[in-house]
Design a protein around this ligand. Structure first.
Ligand SMILES: *[C@@H]1O[C@H](CO)[C@@H](O)[C@H](O)[C@H]1NC(C)=O
Ligand SMILES: *[C@@H]1O[C@H](CO)[C@@H](O)[C@H](O)[C@H]1NC(C)=O
Ligand SMILES: *[C@@H]1O[C@H](CO)[C@@H](O)[C@H](O)[C@H]1NC(C)=O
Length: 227
């Protein structure tokens, strides 16, 4: 009776250890979601044990490729909690210690490193083969490119705005200057005319004195004497 209990305990131990190692949210555990139907439509294949075997082989390859360590094997890839609508979790165990999961960051880097090979092995893409915790590399790339386009657009718009503002303001200033200077011209013309009319004789004489020298001097004297 007790022996049977111990035997049962020993039998359930490996599954217990694996259950602990690979479960949703466990250390170094990744969730994978597949949508084969969306990717392949009528040509969709059914996900079965063979496909899981291929996944383990691909992941072992991915780990070997990234770590340059060929001790990774199919047995190091542990799958669990698979669902009908094709999602499952997996962990990668260390080749030297089956109960030691490889760290999350190493697996993430390894997956990113061979993402295209993983996708092509299953005829899927980043949207239909999701590593749920790893955002697809394409999404941030398009985001940055769209944000850089936004920056370029912003720069162009502000340059155009500044140019338009400059043209409008300088146009207004030029118009005002022209208006002012023509007013001033009129004013000064009026002023000169009034000067001329006020003391016309004198004005004429001073002008003459300036330009004609000695000859005019006599005339001014004449004029002075005339006054
Ligand atoms: C994952 O699978 C284990 C073992 O089959 C089960 O005990 C556990 O409840 C499952 N967890 C989830 C979130 O489905
Ligand atoms: C490969 O991994 C095993 C087990 O973790 C380790 O003992 C070995 O040193 C590693 N080899 C290289 C070349 O990193
Ligand atoms: C294997 O890994 C587990 C979990 O990290 C650790 O507790 C255990 O000591 C390790 N065993 C060896 C032999 O290194």
């Amino acid at each position: 009776m007790m022996l049977g209990g111990i035997l049962l305990f020993l039998l359930s131990l490996p599954t217990f250890v694996h259950g602990n190692l690979c479960e949703p949210g466990a250390r170094g555990a990744f969730k994978v979601r597949l949508n084969i139907k969306a990717a392949l439509g009528d040509n969709a294949y059914t996900w079965n044990a063979d496909e899981e075997y291929l996944f383990k082989a691909v992941m072992a390859f991915v780990m070997r490729s990234y770590t340059k360590n060929n001790t990774f094997d199919i047995s190091n890839i542990v799958l669990c909690n698979s669902t009908e609508r094709i999602s499952f979790w997996f962990v990668v165990t260390s080749p030297s210690n089956e109960s030691d999961p490889v760290s999350y960051s190493v697996i993430e880097a390894a997956i990113r490193n061979e993402r295209n090979r993983i996708n092509s092995a299953f005829l899927l893409d980043d949207k239909t083969l999701e590593f749920v915790q790893i955002p697809p590399t394409l999404a941030p790339a398009t985001q940055t490119s769209s944000s850089s386009w936004l920056i370029v657009f912003g720069v162009v718009v502000s340059v155009v705005t500044v140019a338009i503002a400059y043209l409008v303001v300088s146009g207004v200033i030029r118009h005002r200057k022209r208006l002012k200077s023509s007013e001033e011209n009129e004013e000064s013309e009026v002023g000169i005319r009034s000067d001329v009319t006020k003391n016309g004789g004198l004005h004429d004489k001073t002008l003459l004195t300036g330009s004609l020298g000695n000859d005019s001097y006599d005339r001014t004297e004449e004029a002075h004497t005339a006054f």
